[in-house]
Ligand binder design. Structure first.
Ligand code: URA
Length: 236
């Protein structure tokens, strides 16, 4: 693939802009400044620098963001900054989309990708991919609360009771709740319907993929093939 096309595919602008980057000496490969935007390269595994920053060619972008509180999962945020503002420009330009939404005040794991099929798989009720939340409650958790969530609670506009796939009391006011759906405000509504209230919400895991403890709020990282298999709950 031609260098200008490679750069364009990775979000560095139009082909013309990418040719400009090369011609102005902003692009290096293996430490060497490139001067020919039309040079043919094998993109698989290619590492390149743009303006001193190292990138690896990714045919499709898959990443995880540790969403901080105070950010909206929207390209057109209304009251708070967008989570997309936490990504470098080339990733925003590539048009990565969030897999499902987290509320502005919810923190934790957010998956972003250009892969529409993955977005569908992770959101599809048929696949029932578990999403694990740490829920800080206003009132102490009781065995009755846990039983009610596991048995299913009635939510306005939902024809059938909505059931938690897992629920454990971690501390007096802390639950580990697993759900498989992705309904609007699902956790907050379930907890409300069971007679308590969410004070803080944090997503720890999707599928078998956990939010790494060394990924600070506001930071992102690429997903490996192993991460993707864990996310989709593929058979080992
Ligand atoms: N459930 C909620 O209520 N809010 C979220 O952000 C995620 C799940």
């Amino acid at each position: 693939m031609q260098l200008d096309r490679i750069l364009q595919s990775q979000g560095f602008g139009s082909r013309k802009e990418c040719r400009g980057l090369v011609r102005h000496g902003f692009v290096r490969i293996g430490g060497e400044e490139m001067d020919d935007p039309f040079v043919e390269l094998d993109p698989q595994g290619l590492e390149f620098e743009v303006d001193g920053e190292l990138w690896q060619y990714r045919e499709v972008a898959y990443l995880m963001l540790h969403k901080p509180g105070g950010y909206e999962v929207s390209h057109k945020p209304k009251h708070h900054p967008s989570v997309f503002s936490l990504l470098p420009t080339p990733l925003r330009e590539r048009g990565v989309q969030a897999v499902g939404r987290l509320d502005e005040d919810t923190t934790g794991m957010l998956i972003l990708t250009e892969d529409g099929q993955l977005i569908h798989q992770l959101s599809s009720p048929k696949r029932a991919i578990p999403k694990v939340y740490q829920v800080t409650l206003k009132h102490p958790a009781t065995p009755e609360l846990v039983s009610a969530l596991l048995a299913g609670v009635e939510l306005h506009d939902e024809p059938a009771p909505v059931v938690a796939a897992g629920c454990e009391i971690i501390e007096e006011c802390l639950l580990r709740l697993t759900i498989t759906g992705g309904k609007y405000h699902q956790v907050k509504r379930m907890i409300g319907a069971a007679g308590n209230r969410v004070e803080a919400l944090h997503r720890n895991a999707i599928g078998r993929l956990e939010l790494p403890t060394d990924l600070a709020p506001g930071k992102w990282r690429w997903l490996s093939d192993t991460d993707l298999a864990a996310l989709r709950c593929d058979e080992a």
